[in-house]
Design a protein around this ligand. Structure first.
Ligand code: TYD
Length: 197
């Protein structure tokens, strides 16, 4: 099962994924945690280039998709083959939200590239960690270039996620994280995953 985690900045995805991996391990359920951009040696190098440089939006899109193709081939597909659950911190929907809605690139082009990079393998389940963008940005301690782009940019990103959720309701689970502890969020998400097994 391929499970992706999406959200605007500071929504707590990374903490959740760390906690989930531990909980799945204790329940003897085989799983790996990975992230995009990155997750494999070459994709992590591409990540460094993307996050540490300003660049043309189309260049940025191709780099995300290159990283994804490599990550999918080297890490995700082999893990799925051995029946592991893959927990992926960001995936194809981030590209729609960031490069599409926030950067303004055309959605059909992004959808085509997303499919090419993943051999048409969409996630089985996608969690959207829902937190007001103002709260998320206030949590960022070491802001990356997208966090520095500010509230208006994040609002466009959020709109992008809401678009994808509306388009594909079956695959998405929206989890409101406002006023919840990390443990409460972990338990809620864990129960949803276990029910799907
Ligand atoms: P990261 O520091 O991991 O941010 P976060 O903790 O919010 O996931 O940096 C990844 C950044 O890359 C994040 O700001 C979202 C952005 N991104 C895209 O713009 N397009 C994409 O396709 C992906 C996967 C991520």
């Amino acid at each position: 099962m391929l499970i992706s985690f999406e959200g605007t900045e500071g929504c707590g995805k990374s903490t959740l994924i760390r906690n989930l991996l531990k909980k799945l391990g204790k329940a003897k359920i085989k799983a790996i945690a990975t992230r995009e951009p990155g997750g494999s040696p070459v994709a992590e190098k591409i990540r460094e280039i993307i996050l540490n440089n300003e660049m043309d939006p189309l260049t940025e899109l191709f780099l995300y998709e290159s990283a994804r193709a490599e990550h999918f081939e080297k890490i995700i597909a082999p893990a799925l083959k051995t029946k592991k659950i893959v927990l992926c911190d960001r995936f194809i929907d981030s590209t729609i939200a960031y490069q599409g809605f926030a950067r303004g690139l055309k959605l059909p082009m992004i959808e085509t590239l997303n499919k090419l990079a993943t051999h048409h393998r969409a996630p089985d389940l996608t969690f959207f960690l829902d937190l007001p963008v103002e709260e998320g940005l206030a949590r960022a301690t070491d802001p990356n270039k997208f966090e520095k782009a500010g509230i208006e940019f994040q609002k466009k990103v959020r709109k992008g996620f809401l678009y994808s959720i509306k388009k594909n309701k079956k695959r998405w689970k929206v989890i409101s994280v406002k006023n919840k502890t990390p443990d409460e969020v972990t338990e809620e998400v864990f129960q949803i995953i276990v029910k799907k097994l």
